[in-house]
Design a protein around this ligand. Structure first.
Ligand SMILES: CCCCCCCCCCCCCCCCC/C=C/C(=O)SCCNC(=O)CCNC(=O)[C@H](O)C(C)(C)COP(=O)(O)OP(=O)(O)OC[C@H]1O[C@@H](n2cnc3c(N)ncnc32)[C@H](O)[C@@H]1OP(=O)(O)O
Ligand SMILES: Cc1cc2nc3c(=O)[nH]c(=O)nc-3n(C[C@H](O)[C@H](O)[C@H](O)COP(=O)(O)OP(=O)(O)OC[C@H]3O[C@@H](n4cnc5c(N)ncnc54)[C@H](O)[C@@H]3O)c2cc1C
Length: 629
């Protein structure tokens, strides 16, 4: 495919997806059974994979097509092939050696192998070192014995495992020579390629209904001494030789690489969900009129209520700000991955720390924002057909999967306190933590100056990190490490989030500072940034007084400033959401269509309720008779 700029790629791929012969005709899925939904979503996910293959898309293009998985168009109830595409394939590409890649990839791309990433167990998700599935090497047969010791070690959650995948990358405790070697990835056939029946020794199935994404097809998996050939351990990093001798990986956490990638992908993707929700709420907020008529005789548009502006507009600004930092993280990940493949792991610790805190910050902010946007649509936001409940369910899953957010923030905090205490390798040029070893930026705070806000956000991050690092250091003198750490958990999480916020605003400050061909665009970016910053301060006033150098009077001024900025942004709300360029079919919301014809659409969707087919549904009489009322 010829090289295209970002928006050309988006247009091109957008129309390919929307007009694909196997995708363009959509059905409402609300009243389908679980199995019908699965069939519908799986056939659409398969069509997407075919499209990716036919077009020979690169990873950036795939990421754009995959980001449609959140839409109401592509796989409205969850993509049963998401984990295949986003985790299984990347794991093979990055953790299998060259021979293994050539052995498997043909079958992956021709659709014969469909995989999942099977790591989490019933009793362990967060603490990966605690996983209990074992892979014990036997040099005589040159096989691994894969075993689930008891039900609590059953794999539980992997997406697509339920009824879709025939292979899994299984993360298991490796034993060679009777020695535990830690968690390693194994390529395991779990179902017959022809009949799709579970292979001997395998117990597999679907785990049941969830808050959302019910056709993500999450599954369980148990092994009863399943023999796996030696060549099926993914050997780009660590190796087990025929005689059972073991070669360590170049980095102790090399086998965690897929998680880092997926965290980056989730951060990027969750902003797409926020863009959809923001577009729906913005459009609805101008269509909806309610309240005492004004001078023009009309009831007010709800967006003209100041409270509604606060519910909607900061999240539109957040779409722009978070898009910039997540795109930067994506580029940085590509760079660091190629360095790591070349054997240089120096940048990995900071990439891990940044991916953890951005994934956590973005999924937390976006799920809170989507819920606020849902509430901003009043009763109608509670309807499934508004699409807002599904968007919330999608975003909030991101706060748990691929590393529960608190746990990930603690990983970032661990890196930050080590940097603050000078016990880590010094940061590389361009690192996001150099501010910790420099004097605080003492630019005085001034309402209306984005640079002054950014400096204050930096002082909060610096203050939070150095304070908790000192507390931890002091506690370490008087208690065991684990107790000292636990004593500071809440402050460590706050420090990591403050660091994440500083990262995000610095990235956007750079975007705003770049020369744009259009003065109007530059002014709009400045306005969006000002809204984001003023809102960030209003959400954490205590922090800005305690660490950011703001006075109570600054806080009061900021509150007024934010409301003025919102009024300034309000006339631009629709162009700003139209600019996300989301076709109606992708949004798939009764409230969020471009023409604003909300009430007709709501009636139309109600007509699909099976309870409206007959004037009196037969079920009514049956149920009443049974209850003898
Ligand atoms: C092909 C293209 C596709 C493009 C797609 C893009 C489109 C986007 C569409 C998105 C659609 C989204 C659908 C997604 C579906 C999601 C499905 C979900 C899947 C899962 O959830 S899989 C399971 C995920 N599980 C977890 O994340 C578990 C979390 N826990 C951990 O990661 C670890 O246990 C831990 C990190 C919390 C702790 O590990 P451990 O105990 O081993 O380590 P320590 O805490 O002791 O730390 C020791 C040192 O190791 C460093 N460290 C830890 N992890 C890493 C890492 N990953 N990389 C580098 N370094 C790491 C620590 O920092 C420590 O370092 P130190 O120097 O000693 O301090
Ligand atoms: C929709 C969905 C899809 C998923 N898909 C997959 C998949 O494809 N493959 C796969 O392998 N897994 C998958 N998972 C599993 C997912 O990765 C885990 O659920 C996630 O990593 C959280 O782990 P946990 O469930 O063990 O949570 P827990 O760790 O049990 O979390 C419970 C609470 O304990 C707290 N906690 C735990 N440890 C600590 C600590 N050290 N310090 C402080 N607090 C702590 C957490 O903050 C949280 O509040 C999926 C999960 C979901 C919801």
């Amino acid at each position: 495919m010829v090289s295209r700029n970002r928006s050309q790629v988006k247009d091109h791929l957008g129309s390919k997806v929307l007009n694909h012969p196997e995708l363009r005709n959509t059905k409402a899925t609300e009243y389908m059974s679980h199995e019908e939904k699965y069939r519908y979503n799986l056939s659409r996910a398969t069509a997407m994979l075919k499209l990716i293959d036919e077009e020979g898309m690169d990873v950036n293009e795939i990421s754009k097509v995959m980001s449609h998985t959140v839409s109401g168009f592509t796989t409205p109830d969850g993509n049963p092939l998401a984990v295949h595409q986003v985790m299984f394939v990347p794991t093979l590409m990055n953790q299998a050696d060259d021979d293994q890649v050539s052995r498997w990839l043909g079958d992956v791309f021709n659709g014969t192998i469909v995989g999942t990433y099977a790591q989490t167990e019933l009793s362990h998700g967060t603490f990966v070192r605690g996983l209990r599935t074992t892979a014990t090497y036997d040099p005589a047969s040159r096989t691994f014995d894969l075993h689930t010791p008891d039900v609590s070690a059953a794999k539980w959650w992997p997406g697509g495992l339920g009824t879709t995948a025939n292979h899994a990358v299984v993360m298991a405790q490796l034993y060679t020579d009777g020695q535990p070697r830690g968690i390693h990835p194994f390529m395991v056939a779990i179902r017959d390629r022809e009949t799709h029946r579970p292979l001997p020794g395998i117990t597999v199935g679907e785990i049941g209904p969830k808050l959302g994404q019910n056709t993500l097809n999450n599954g369980y998996l148990l092994f009863d001494h399943v023999k796996v050939p030696r060549e099926n351990m993914l050997m780009r990093n660590a190796r087990v030789n025929e005689d059972g001798s073991y070669t360590k990986p170049s980095h102790q956490k090399a086998s965690y690489g897929t998680m880092v990638f997926t965290r980056v992908a989730i951060a990027l993707d969750t902003v797409d969900a926020l863009q959809i929700a923001a577009t729906i709420a913005a459009r609805y907020s101008i269509v909806r009129r309610q309240g005492e008529p004004r001078d023009d005789g009309q009831e007010p548009q709800i967006i003209d209520y100041q409270t509604q502006q606060l519910k909607v507009l900061p999240h539109i600004a957040a779409c722009y700000v978070l898009r910039a930092s997540t795109a930067r993280l994506w580029e940085h990940h590509t760079h660091v991955t190629s360095e790591v493949r070349g054997g240089d792991t120096a940048l990995l610790p900071e990439l891990h720390a940044t991916a953890c805190c951005l994934k956590a910050l973005v999924t937390q902010d976006c799920s809170e924002a989507i819920e606020a946007l849902r509430l901003s649509c009043g009763g109608h936001g509670y309807m499934t057909a508004s699409r807002l409940p599904a968007l919330y369910a999608y975003a909030t899953a991101g706060a748990t999967y691929e590393g529960e957010n608190t746990v990930l923030l603690l990983q970032t905090a661990r890196y930050l306190v080590k940097q603050a205490g000078g016990s880590h390798a010094p940061p590389a040029a361009g690192s996001a933590v150099t501010y910790l070893s420099r004097p605080a930026d003492d630019t005085p705070f001034a309402v209306g100056s984005p640079a002054a806000y950014v400096a204050a956000v930096g002082r909060v991050a610096r203050g939070r990190v150095t304070e908790v690092a000192a507390a931890l250091q002091a506690d370490r003198q008087t208690m065991p490490e684990a107790d000292a750490w636990n004593q500071s958990l809440v402050q460590l999480v706050a420090a990591a989030l403050a660091h994440g916020r500083y990262f995000v605003v610095r990235e956007f400050a750079e975007v705003v500072s770049q020369q744009s061909s259009s003065r109007a665009i530059q002014q709009m970016l400045q306005l969006l940034f000002s809204v984001y910053l003023a809102h960030a301060v209003s959400r954490a006033e205590g922090d800005f007084i305690t660490y950011g150098g703001l006075t109570p009077s600054d806080i009061r001024l900021n509150r007024r400033h934010l409301l003025r900025l919102l009024a300034e942004l309000r006339p631009h709300m629709i162009p700003l959401t139209d600019a996300f360029d989301l076709p109606d079919r992708l949004i798939n919301s009764t409230l969020g269509a471009w023409d604003g014809d909300v009430y007709r659409r709501m009636f139309e969707q109600a007509s699909h309720s099976p309870l409206n087919t007959d004037e009196v549904p037969a079920s009514f009489h049956q149920a009443m008779l049974r209850s003898k009322l």
